[in-house]
Structure formats: structure tokens, C-alpha cells
Unconditional design. Structure first.
Lengths: 521, 170
């Protein structure tokens, strides 16, 4: 009987011991004279179960075991040789039946964890490159129309309709146009881009190629943050494979069309996730934000019309083209169409990636998927949408996760990051961190952000040290308003969001000295 | 033939500087023709030399037809680039929100005590720098620590010293 063993090479899987499990498995299998094939797949994103070991043998399908420690490996190998997998203490059943995975609607992440990420045969066997093959038969306008029908909105955070952005680039005059993938996923609590690039890089390559066909661009760049060395290696490997097989290069699938792709590394600057700063960085300059207009769609990279989209946006394009925009738009609610890859992080028992249609409530995600906090203490605060998103309190968790509902609460869904804090969190310290981070990472182009964040940090220094006066909090709100109204980009404009939501939703943490009595504001 | 070791110190230094300058110039020339090649160039110089020598920014500038000030502006903008020699290895403690939620504030406060090195400094005996980093994309299994190119999850003050002694090469 052929036995295939899958152990992930994903950053998170390895961070909790996947590499040690591989070494132990190889040794134990050698001792037991077990013959098998080892596949280093990507992760399925169920990080609470990593290191996840999947065993495929006979007709049972893929059986899952997790989280497996080195100590569990010898008994696992014995269970395999004895044909008694069900009895092992880490046994989770068939991988597709694990409720955590089964209850998701996986479109963008459907291939993640299925096989060797860079292997083109595996990608094609799982519907890969069907979207590109169809796109090659369509006119650029027809491709853009398909994206418009899908209702796809930018997954990076701003949620701008992708079809409209592409139409602008398609209509722009220019000999040379570019596709830029924003893979500078700097927001804490988000890892969906990384997971996808490490587990299914061909989907991103395919999406970018389709984007190139749609707008008439022949060159693409993936701007990847330097904190993701594994994603870099995987992307470069997959690009080489795609080049060799004619899915990239001068003659795409024999159509005579051209598209080339290059990975460029960032250098540790958070602001380079902002699209105009990213373009400057790609041009080899300081990552300083540009004033808009002109839009990057008109004057982008090297002054040419440029599509700048997030990893997940571009990856979604391949299944939209393969199955049609209408099929994609069937999922979701209102103007939040399709699925949203949520990332459950922070103090959480079963964190990871959850791809679900828009509209699931935050409570459901935290308690039913996440299993509550890892510390076992009550949830006190949840930051949704990355470092620039609002801190929600535990009585706001019924909110459905859509762009619109979060905006109504004064927050944002952003890139779908959900960071859970238990009741030990000091919200004044979190507000302080938000200003401090903005002060450190501001590009310095506009005054409200450059100076405002420093002044904000100074005020919050006093709050954290219990030497603030009530005037300080008035001053802080004033500063927040100035930053919101007058900053050039989202960093200065949105840093007040976590600060103000912390003050509004957790006033008891913002004590000030007032008339010699300590009171909460 | 006279061995290299018997060269006077000044001559050795001059010879070292000469090779460094040549290395910088070669790397710069390689990237100068590619669009937006300055960042890849700086990454490669730092990977080769461990830092980007201030003395040779002018050589980079001339290859890219920029002013030295412009190159300095780029080098100083990005956290990753260093202009002074440094340890070859690094330990980065993630201090961003998701890790804060799972205990990185304690790690951040206590790490200097358990490792014997302050942030942004090189360990007195072991060949590594200690740095803060803001997000390694390992947010479901924090607190996260990166040692060279490997990320470790669920790290605390108790487990860190052993991790470091296993992963750092002396």
C-alpha cells in the first residue's frame, strides 16, 4: 500500500515544531522499516492543530493528526504500521471532516495544504490555470467586466472595487503599464497573504498574469516584506517553475502574449504597505507617500499606469475567471461580495485562517472557531482590521463582519485581522503603542502624522504614568481630529481609530488627575 | 614571496578597503541598469558585507547617477539597512499587537535580563544583535521570535535562552 505523509513547511507550522516532527518521523519510519513518500505541503491555516500530520493510505482518504509533538511520533508510526490510526491520541479524523475546516467556504484558500506548493502538476490538477486559459480567449474589456460582475473589492484594507481600478488602467494611455502586487503585509494580526504565498503561490502568479492581460501590462512586481523569507523562497521557486512551463514569459501558453514577474524585497518599513510609498520604494527611493491625484492607475510605477492590488485580491481573480464573476458574487451580503479570509490571532486557543462569506459575527468567529482565549480568561478587547483598526469591547462582538457593519461601529474590517485580548490588557498602553508605532513608522511627508503622532505619544506617556490631567485627554482628541482630517494617507488618518476607540470603549483605563481625585474619563 | 600576513598594518588596511570598495562598485554596477535597482543593490551589499559602508555611498551613487545624499536618504529611511559593522546573526522579538496580546510585553521587558544584551546592541560574546520587529506574520502562535531566517512561536522568557543557545552559531 502506498503511504503519503504530509507535513507543512509553512512559517507557523515550523515555528511550533514541524521541522522537528519531520526529523523524528523520518527516524521512526526508518526504525520501523515503513516505506512512504513525504510531501512538504503548505498549511491549511488551522494553526491550533499545527504541527498537523496527514497520512494518506488506501481508501480512507487523508487522515489528520494534530497537534503532533516529537514525543507523539513513534506511536504515530506504530499506529500506521498496525493500521490502527483511529486509536492514536492525536487522531482528528479525515482532514476534510475537521469541523474547523469543514465549516468554511474556501475559494481563495481551497488549495492551501493540498500538496507541494510550487508543484505545477498539483496546481493544475486542482483547477489551477483554468482562469488564465479562459482569460486568454477573452478581450481585455471582457476580463475587466467579469471582475466587475464579481463585485470583488480590494482585500488589502481599503476595499476599493477592483473592476473600477482595472478599468481606469485599461483606459489609460501608455506604452508600458505595470501590475504591482502589494505583499507588504505589515499589519499585526494578519497573515493571510503570507499563508497563501507559502501554500499556493501559483494562484497569485496566475491572478497577476490575468490582471496583466486585462489592462495591457507586460511586467509585474511582487513587493514582499523582508520579514517573510519563506514566502520569498516559495514565490521565487514557483515563478521559475511557471516560466519553465510557459505560464509566464514571452509566450503565455502559446498565445503570443507576454507577462513577466519579479519579486522585490522591502526593507523593514511599515509605511511601504501604503500603495504610493510602495511605488516609491519599488523605484528605489525612500518609501515616502505621494499625494493623490494623480492616482497610481494613471501615473503609478515609474510614472506609468499601474494596477496596485493586494495578494488576496489578485489571487481571487484566478477563480473568478475560472468560474465566472456571477458565481463569486453569489457569496456574501450587500456590497461585501464573495468570501473574506479572516485571520484569528492574539490570545486565542485555535487561531488561524478562516475563509467565510461576509456576514459571520465576530462572536461566532472568536468562540466557535477560536474556542475563546488561550489564557482561558474572558475576552476584554478585540482589535479588528490591523493596527489601524478599532478596539471593540466584549459587548460589541455581535457585529457581523462586513465592511459596512464595521464602519457603522466606527471601525473597519481592513485586511481581516482579528486580534483577541483577555482581561489583563491595559487599553491605555494599547493606545500608547498605536501612537508610538505611528511616530516610529511615519514617512514624515505630512505634518499631522509626523508631529501629531509624537505629540500623541507624549500625552499618552502621561496617561500611562498616571500623571495626565483631564486637559490632556481633550488635547489627545484634538490631535486625533487633526491627524484624521489632515493626514495624507491612511497611516496618519487612521492611527486615531485605535486610540479613540480605546478611550471610548474602555474609559476606565484612562485615569486622569482631576481636582486631586483620580477619576476615569 | 612575501606572505600577506607580513604586510604592514596600514598596507593591509588599504588592501582591505580596496577590496571592499571594489565589491561595492561591482554590486552597484550589476544593479544600476535594472529599473528601481537601488534597493536590491543595497540588500546585496549588506548581505555580502554585513552592512553598507558610509564611505562608499558615493560609489553607489555614481553607479546609479544619483547624489550621495540621495543614496544616504534611502539607506537611512529603511530599518533593515545598517551603516556600521554588526554581528552576522540577529534575534528579533516581535513587539506588535497580536504578540502583545499573548505575552510579548513580558518578553520585551525581560529579554535583556535573560540574554545579557540590550535591544539594538550586539551580544558581548555571542555573535548576534538583539532587535525589535513589528510582525512576523505568525500572529496565531505568538509571542514570536525570529532567529536569523527561522521563526519560533509561543516563546516566553523561560524557553528563550535554550532556543537561542540551540539556534545561534557561536
Amino acid at each position: 500500500m502506498t503511504i503519503t505523509v504530509y507535513i507543512s513547511q509553512d512559517t507557523t507550522a515550523v515555528s511550533v515544531g514541524a521541522e522537528r516532527v519531520v526529523t523524528a518521523f523520518v527516524q521512526a519510519a526508518l526504525d520501523a522499516e515503513l516505506s512512504y513518500t513525504l510531501v512538504r505541503n503548505g498549511s491549511r491555516g488551522a494553526f491550533g492543530l499545527e504541527p498537523l500530520v496527514e497520512i494518506e493510505m488506501g481508501e480512507q482518504g487523508r487522515l489528520a493528526f494534530g497537534p503532533v509533538s516529537v514525543a507523539d511520533v513513534p506511536s504515530l508510526v506504530t499506529a500506521i504500521t498496525d493500521g490502527e490510526c483511529e486509536c492514536h491520541s492525536n487522531y482528528l479524523g479525515r482532514v476534510n471532516d475537521i469541523p474547523w475546516l469543514e465549516n468554511q467556504t474556501r475559494i481563495t484558500f481551497k488549495r492551501c495544504g493540498e500538496g507541494d506548493p510550487a508543484d505545477l502538476g498539483n496546481y493544475r490538477a486542482l483547477d489551477g490555470y483554468r482562469g488564465l486559459e479562459r482569460a486568454l480567449t477573452l478581450s481585455p474589456q471582457a476580463i475587466v467586466d467579469e471582475i466587475k460582475v464579481s463585485g470583488l473589492r480590494g482585500r488589502g484594507g481599503a476595499a476599493f472595487p477592483t473592476g473600477i481600478k482595472w478599468q481606469t488602467v485599461l483606459d489609460a494611455e501608455g506604452e508600458q503599464k505595470y501590475i504591482v502586487c502589494n505583499a507588504d503585509e505589515g499589519d499585526s494580526g494578519t497573515f493571510a497573504d503570507r499563508l497563501l504565498m507559502e501554500a499556493d503561490p501559483h494562484q497569485l502568479i496566475e491572478g497577476m498574469t490575468i490582471s496583466g492581460l486585462a489592462v495591457g501590462a507586460t511586467k509585474g512586481f511582487i513587493y514582499l516584506r523582508s520579514e517573510y523569507p519563506r514566502a520569498q523562497k516559495m514565490l521565487e521557486k514557483a515563478i521559475d517553475v511557471a516560466m519553465a512551463e510557459g505560464y509566464l514569459g514571452a509566450d503565455l501558453c502559446g498565445s503570443g502574449q507576454r507577462f513577466e514577474l519579479e519579486v522585490r524585497m522591502g526593507a523593514g518599513s511599515y509605511i511601504c504597505g501604503e500603495e504610493t510609498a510602495l511605488l516609491n520604494s519599488l523605484e528605489g527611493k525612500r518609501g515616502v507617500v505621494r499625494a493623490k491625484p494623480p492616482l497610481p492607475a494613471i501615473e503609478g510605477l515609474f510614472g506609468k499606469p499601474t494596477v496596485v492590488n493586494n495578494v488576496l485580491t489578485l489571487a481571487s481573480v484566478s477563480s473568478i475567471l475560472a468560474d465566472g464573476g456571477a458565481e463569486y458574487a453569489r457569496h456574501g451580503v450587500d456590497r461585501s461580495k464573495g468570501t473574506m479570509p479572516l485571520q484569528l490571532a492574539g490570545n486565542i486557543r485555535n487561531g488561524g485562517l478562516i475563509e467565510v462569506p461576509f456576514g459571520v459575527s465576530l462572536n461566532e468567529v472568536i468562540h466557535e472557531w477560536g474556542g475563546g482565549t488561550r489564557s482561558g480568561r474572558p475576552v476584554r478587547a478585540v482589535q479588528v482590521g490591523g493596527p489601524l483598526g478599532a478596539y471593540l469591547s466584549s459587548d460589541q462582538l455581535d457585529v457581523p463582519l462586513t465592511y459596512e457593519a464595521l464602519a457603522e461601529l466606527g471601525g473597519m474590517l481592513g485586511h481581516g485581522g482579528i486580534v483577541v485580548f483577555d482581561d489583563t490588557v491595559d487599553m491605555a498602553k494599547q493606545a500608547h503603542f498605536a501612537m508610538d508605532f505611528c511616530a516610529k513608522e511615519s514617512c514624515g511627508k505630512c505634518t499631522p502624522c509626523r508631529i501629531g503622532a509624537v505629540r500623541g505619544r507624549e500625552v499618552l506617556d502621561r496617561v500611562v504614568d498616571n500623571r495626565a490631567s483631564s486637559n490632556d485627554l481633550i488635547l489627545l482628541r484634538d490631535l486625533c481630529e487633526t491627524m484624521e482630517q489632515a493626514s495624507l494617507c491612511a497611516m496618519g488618518g487612521l492611527t486615531p481609530l485605535p486610540v479613540k476607540s480605546a478611550m471610548d470603549n474602555f474609559p476606565e483605563d484612562f485615569w486622569v488627575t482631576y481636582n486631586q481625585y483620580e477619576v476615569a474619563v | 614571496m612575501q606572505s600577506r600576513h607580513s604586510l604592514p598594518i596600514t598596507a593591509m588596511k588599504a588592501s582591505f578597503e580596496k577590496t571592499t570598495e571594489q565589491a561595492v562598485e561591482q554590486t552597484a554596477a550589476k544593479h544600476a541598469t535594472s529599473q528601481g535597482g537601488l534597493l536590491p543593490c543595497l540588500h546585496e551589499i549588506q548581505a555580502e558585507l554585513g552592512y553598507i559602508p558610509n564611505d562608499y555611498l558615493k560609489n553607489i551613487a555614481s553607479a546609479f547617477s544619483l547624489s550621495t545624499a540621495e543614496v544616504h536618504g534611502v539607506v537611512s529611511f529603511y530599518h533593515d539597512f545598517r551603516t556600521s559593522p554588526s554581528a552576522q546573526q540577529s534575534i528579533q522579538i516581535c513587539c506588535a499587537e497580536a504578540c502583545q496580546a499573548s505575552g510579548s510585553r513580558e518578553l520585551e521587558a525581560g529579554v535583556a535580563g535573560v540574554l545579557g544584551v540590550e535591544f539594538d546592541e550586539t551580544h558581548p560574546t555571542d555573535n548576534y544583535r538583539l532587535e525589535r520587529v513589528y510582525c512576523l506574520g505568525n500572529c496565531a502562535c505568538g509571542p514570536s521570535v525570529r532567529i536569523n531566517d527561522d521563526v519560533y512561536g509561543r516563546v516566553d522568557l523561560a524557553s528563550l535562552p535554550q532556543l537561542v543557545s540551540e539556534a545561534v552559531q557561536s
